[in-house]
Design a protein around this ligand. Structure first.
Ligand code: SAH
Length: 479
């Protein structure tokens, strides 16, 4: 496996300083999976080329259990493409051999580090799985490279076998050396899509540190992150959320506030009673496929999973942190396949029409609407009742009249600092009534928690059901 990097910027020999490798020497580095040799096939003042030859030892791979996993003896442990293609092994070699350059350190000429150079990078055999040349372009062109890619056939003597996923790749561009190395470091495993070792937290840190200067702005950051972290969805979500340009952490604030709300309501464990009431209403509606919209950390989802009636259960939330917590709580990675298939977590917002939530029998929208400003509430109404249009919607929100009965809640304060409103029973009924009017639903109201003769119950619940005679969706303007 051969990688060459050529500098054609005047004073091309600067490349030697940046790489911290003497042009007259051949150097060899021993790695756990083979050896890496560095040398300079050309060292002129107008063209200066460094080569990294990676000699992967396939037997060593099996011994070190870094090769493809196989039960007992399997030939593909020994016969595979690992020794010949640019993969994560090349990334590991780059990081080891060109450590200083990748980290942006140059002992003799530190001023060179941030200087863009005219570079040509050649890789003898790049696997571009599931995407081919188009994928190469999508990954490298946004980073400022021109691409020449020549595809290898599977076997020159058997053209009928067709094409292989392997390319000879040449990238040319004006970039700093450290950026070029970090692009290769991250993107080679992404192209290969076949990482053979466990992806843990330190892989996430590597991705974020090596991609620090460019991943955030890359149009394919989702694909890059997914593949680099090998679809371990939790790490991927964390990586993507850390790539978002956001100084404060709204999720963390929301979490702190959630605790506050729980304390206020805890004396009657309202939370649990609410979920019990929602489940009862969902079951009574006859639903088999259900949505939990604004599922937070998955408390309701867990109870839904215990009910055999629900064959397909979807939790959707806008907060990544909450979805991570839900994934943990539900122990998704440990569920038997049949159970695992019943449940799906989706990252999404109820502000936007979303095809993924169409076609369900029922939806729970539990303690969500009061977190939305009025224009956003209007968006949610259309997204849920007009576009997703489940047969039934079970929706809860605090009854503000009851707040005087909470001893720990100062007068006039909402139960949760993020609540934009808390409604009286009248206000809730008026709102629900106009929703029914516009979208063709009928509604009945229930109370959750101990009912007080004067102020009603702490939580109010509405169960909407599509009216059989309703026209197909189409917003009817509120009168
Ligand atoms: N239904 C849960 C949590 C209610 S807290 C329960 O019964 O305990 C409100 C939840 O709605 C939070 O998890 C928040 O992230 C989510 N949320 C707020 N705005 C949202 C939006 N626009 N789209 C989807 N979820 C949203």
């Amino acid at each position: 496996m051969l990688l060459t990097i050529t500098n054609t910027t005047p004073e091309a020999s600067d490349l030697g300083y940046l790489l911290h490798k003497h042009p007259d020497k051949v150097q060899t580095f021993n790695l756990s999976f083979g050896a890496a040799h560095v040398f300079y096939p050309e060292a002129g003042s107008t063209r200066f080329t460094a080569a990294l030859l990676l000699d992967v030892d396939p037997i060593g791979l099996v011994r070190n259990r870094r090769g493809p996993k196989g039960e007992g003896f399997s030939l593909d442990q020994y016969v595979n493409d690992r020794p010949y293609v640019a993969s994560s092994f090349m990334s590991v070699a780059l990081a080891r051999v060109f450590n200083s350059a990748l980290g942006g350190r140059c002992r003799d000429k530190p001023g060179l580090v941030d200087r863009p150079l005219r570079l040509e990078v050649r890789l003898a055999c790049v696997p571009a799985r599931r995407g081919g040349e188009d994928l190469l372009r999508r990954l490298f062109e946004p980073l400022g490279y021109r691409i020449e890619a020549a595809r290898h056939g599977l076997d020159d003597t058997r053209p009928d076998w067709g094409e292989s996923p392997y390319f000879d790749l040449k990238l040319s561009g004006e970039v700093t050396l450290r950026d070029a190395l970090s692009h290769l470091y991250v993107l080679l495993p992404v192209l290969d899509n076949d990482k053979h070792y466990w992806v843990g937290r330190d892989e996430l840190e590597k991705l974020l540190s090596k991609g620090e200067r460019w991943l955030k702005g890359h149009p394919e950051k989702q694909l890059i992150t997914n593949r680099y972290l090998r679809y371990t969805s939790r790490l991927t979500r964390e990586a993507l959320s850390r790539l978002v340009d956001e100084e404060s952490d709204p999720d963390a604030e929301a979490e702190a506030h959630d605790k506050e709300e729980e304390t206020v309501e805890e004396r009657i464990s309202l939370h649990e009673q609410r979920h019990a009431a929602v489940i009862a209403a969902l079951k009574a509606s006859g639903a088999r496929r259900v949505l939990d919209l604004g599922c937070a950390q998955g408390a309701l989802l867990r109870r839904l999973m215990q009910e055999k009636q629900f064959e397909a259960i979807v939790g959707l939330d806008v907060s990544l942190r909450s979805l991570d917590a839900a994934e943990d709580r539900l122990r998704l990675d440990r569920l038997p396949a049949a159970q695992r298939e019943r449940i799906t977590l989706m990252h999404g917002s109820l502000m936007y029409r979303d095809r993924r939530i169409q076609g369900y029998d029922a939806a729970a929208v539990v303690e969500v609407i009061e977190h939305l400003d009025p224009p956003r509430l209007a968006a949610l109404e259309r997204v849920v009742f007009e576009f997703a249009r489940p047969g039934a919607v079970v929706l809860t929100t605090p009854n503000v009249e009851y707040n005087v009965r909470f001893e720990t809640l100062p007068a006039g304060r909402y139960r949760h600092r993020d609540h934009r409103f808390e409604w009286t029973r009248e206000q809730f009924k008026a709102w629900a009534g106009q929703v029914c009017e516009r979208f063709g639903y009928g509604v009945r109201f229930l109370t959750v928690g101990p009912e007080d003769p004067e102020v009603g119950g702490p939580t109010q619940m509405a169960v909407f059901e599509v009216r059989p005679d309703a026209d197909r969706p189409g917003v009817r303007e509120a009168p």
